[in-house]
Design a protein around this ligand. Structure first.
Ligand code: ADP
Ligand code: MG
Length: 693
């Protein structure tokens, strides 16, 4: 029996050849291809009675008739507008008039003429009682074509994002004909059984596809989208779970030991681990002591104390005779970890080396001598030093959201599979971790060490900088330190640097009795490092910086952060930045400066005044901006999702995961015929991520 996959568009009964030609020109030949051209919105064209034209911010759809069409010119030079006056069709209220206006498009007078019926879609504006829509989307209805009318009107009508010379009518008619022709089987079912029970009872891939294009009701459309999203997430989870299972079977190393070194470190630390840190550490230790390679994400809000937990893991690897590598996304951060390691681990007799692009240093003994370092700390330059690590047993990757999956794979592939611990402070809502980090086990440090000062956050208008300077002055007098941050402009380090330099000279003038340092991305690594050292050792009381300080920097004496042009930042990013203060016992202050009249920004940033819970903020970001931003560029597997906004639907993601686990329990090789396409793409997830690097 022919299927949409092996039927040509020109074999489709009822589809006029002029439509076929349009579509073929855009490279579409199969019915299958037209069915997977998903509509991006729908218009409810059922309602024949009109409630009249109502101005408002939301675009609306109206069925209208053109009563007058003319071109008006304003002030010469051909600047003019083509205007069509329209009235609603069906229950029209006398005198209810709307003007459709196209600026500088006089040729519209050939397209739209008096007496014509149209569907128009757009935002209605009210200018002194005169209602209009500028450049509406429109569709012309031709009279006397009953068949066509039943496709394009009188129903919830799909609207497609067009490309090339294809018209709305061509796509819609082709889809319609396909649905008529293949009344039974439009698509094969990939999902196993959810359709037989619960919310998807009675659903199938075919029904979902049909309802996605031509739904009877809005609710049916919503459910169709959920069904197809579930199918898509399921496919994705099949790959993730499969990858996770093969990683577990790869054969790793057992890191078991008495824990002597850990005891020594604990004795030397001035604080106890929090219960949450302890729980995460136990989970890590358990993973490390089994044969299966560890693939764990240590997830914890800024300042929750991930580094020290990782150090304990490092000790377990070293005490059992292996080497450990500790990778950071930036040089500044690698330096900082190195300083910490020298402080905490070197006294236990551990040999530590720092390896970054610019600096190679061993804490004792020659780098290439007989003794090999037990702990190597560095940026991704470490990836090229695999020969220094013949006994690599543990890899710690800090701030994974800046680290590519492919880079991770590179370190892991050579030799035996080491244990891997990935750390991130990006607070990712639970459902997204299932997707973004779906192949990792997750440990979450969900509390912060107690003896921390509060962080008070305020949104302020930029014109208040005088007061701000006075406040800052008082804080510095008390011996505290401050970050003065300037934003990313157009992703350009050069412009950033310029803004920061200007800010630097302003602040230095405002704070004549203090030393203000400057840090930006255009400085070379050695310069940056020097500035950070000077800041840490209190040579500078204040530091003007671009967002290079975003990740991980830890200077507990810094208690003030001023963020200029805060409106340019995402909530999650500000939360990260804010995490640079509030690391000591003093009360800290984070002030977010926005332009005086930017009400939007004030409203958006208000949540940061209310909460310092990174997860809440991430949820809010997720709601406001959709998952794209949070998933980020580093995780590209999602780029191709057709319903990414539904990733915020916790239940759906969970169902997809459970179904995938169950499927792989029953059919580990995915041998069933319906998985042919999935099988072929099992490796794709790695490749697509690798290509992003
Ligand atoms: P992050 O999780 O953001 O990477 P860090 O690991 O840099 O945080 O830790 C932040 C600060 O908290 C460091 O100065 C660290 O020494 C300190 N710290 C870590 N754990 C504790 C604890 N249990 N009690 C008190 N301070 C801690
Ligand atoms: Mg950190």
């Amino acid at each position: 029996m022919p299927t949409p996959a092996d039927t040509l568009l020109n074999q489709l009964p009822g589809l006029e050849s002029r439509f076929v030609k349009q579509l073929e020109k855009e490279g579409l030949t199969l019915v299958q291809e037209i069915l997977s051209w998903y509509p991006f919105r729908h218009e409810d064209r059922r309602r024949r009675d009109s409630f009249g034209f109502v101005p408002g911010p939301v675009p609306v759809c109206h069925h209208v008739v053109v009563t007058k069409a003319s071109t008006r010119y304003f002030g010469g030079r051909g600047r003019g507008a083509f205007e069509a006056q329209v009235q609603p069709i069906g229950g029209s209220i006398l005198g209810d008039l709307l003007t459709l206006r196209w600026w500088n498009m006089p040729f519209m007078n050939r397209t739209i003429v008096e007496g014509m019926e149209l569907f128009v879609y757009g935002r209605i504006k009210d200018f002194k009682g005169r209602l209009s829509i500028d450049h509406p989307e429109y569709e012309i209805l031709k009279e006397g074509d009953e068949e066509a009318a039943s496709i394009h009107t009188g129903r919830i009508t799909p609207v497609y994002r067009l490309r090339g010379g294809v018209t709305q009518k061509a796509v819609r008619t082709a889809v319609w004909c396909a649905l008529q022709h293949f009344s039974g089987l439009l698509a094969e079912d990939l999902l196993p059984t959810p359709s037989s029970q619960g919310e998807f009872a009675g659903w199938s891939a075919s029904r979902a596809l049909r309802a996605l294009h031509f739904p009877e009701e809005q609710a049916e459309l919503d459910q169709a989208r959920r069904y197809l999203a579930l199918e898509e997430f399921y496919t994705y989870q099949l790959r993730v779970v499969n990858r996770r299972r093969s990683a577990l079977n790869a054969g790793g190393q057992v890191h078991d030991c008495q824990g002597e070194l850990a005891l020594q470190l604990q004795a030397a630390l001035p604080f106890e681990l929090t219960p949450a840190q302890q729980r995460c550490l136990d989970e890590i230790r358990h993973d490390m002591s089994t044969t299966a390679p560890m693939n764990r994400l240590l997830h914890g809000d800024v300042g929750s104390g991930k580094t020290i937990v990782a150090f304990f893991a490092v000790l377990q690897a070293i005490e059992s005779g292996a080497q450990a590598a500790f990778m950071a996304p930036t040089q500044i951060l690698a330096e900082q970890h190195y300083e910490n390691a020298r402080k905490w681990l070197a006294p236990l007799g551990i040999e530590i080396a720092l390896l970054t692009g610019n600096r190679k240093e061993v804490q004792s003994g020659p780098l290439f001598g007989k003794t090999r370092p037990q702990l190597l700390i560095g940026t991704h330059a470490l990836l090229h030093q695999r020969d220094l690590m013949p006994d690599l047993g543990l890899v710690v990757i800090d701030e994974q959201h800046k680290f590519g999956v492919a880079q991770r794979a590179r370190l892991i592939q050579k030799g035996r599979t080491p244990d891997v611990l990935v750390m991130t402070a990006t607070p990712i809502p639970r459902t997204l971790t299932l997707t973004v980090y779906g192949d990792l086990d997750v440990s979450t440090i969900d509390e912060r060490p107690k003896e921390r000062g509060k962080i008070i956050t305020k949104v302020r208008v930029a014109s208040k900088h005088q007061e701000a300077a006075e406040f800052l002055h008082a804080q510095l007098e008390e011996g505290r330190q401050a970050y003065l941050v300037y934003p990313l402009i157009d992703e350009s380090e050069k412009l950033d640097a310029a803004a920061a330099k200007k800010g630097h000279s302003e602040w230095q003038k405002r704070l004549p009795h203090f030393s203000v340092g400057l840090l930006h991305g255009k400085m070379n690594a050695l310069e940056k490092e020097q500035v950070m050292r000077d800041f840490r050792s209190l040579k500078h009381e204040a530091l003007v910086s671009t967002t290079v300080i975003e990740v991980g920097v830890d200077v507990p004496n810094a208690t003030v952060m001023y963020l200029h042009n805060a409106e340019r930042f995402g909530l999650a990013q500000i939360h990260q930045l804010r995490g640079r203060v509030g690391r000591g016992s003093h009360t800290s202050y984070c002030v977010l400066f926005v332009a005086d009249d930017d009400e939007d920004a004030k409203q958006r940033l208000a949540i940061l005044e209310e909460t310092s819970d990174g997860f809440k903020i991430a949820e809010e970001d997720l709601k406001r901006r959709g998952p794209g931003d949070i998933l980020g560029r580093a995780q590209s597997g999602q780029g191709s999702l057709r319903f990414p906004e539904l990733l915020a639907d916790t239940r759906l993601v969970r169902i997809a995961r459970q179904l995938a686990e169950r499927t792989l329990d029953q059919d580990p090789q995915l041998n069933a015929a319906r998985f042919a396409a999935v099988r072929a793409s099992l490796l794709e997830i790695d490749l697509s991520q690798a290509m992003m690097q």
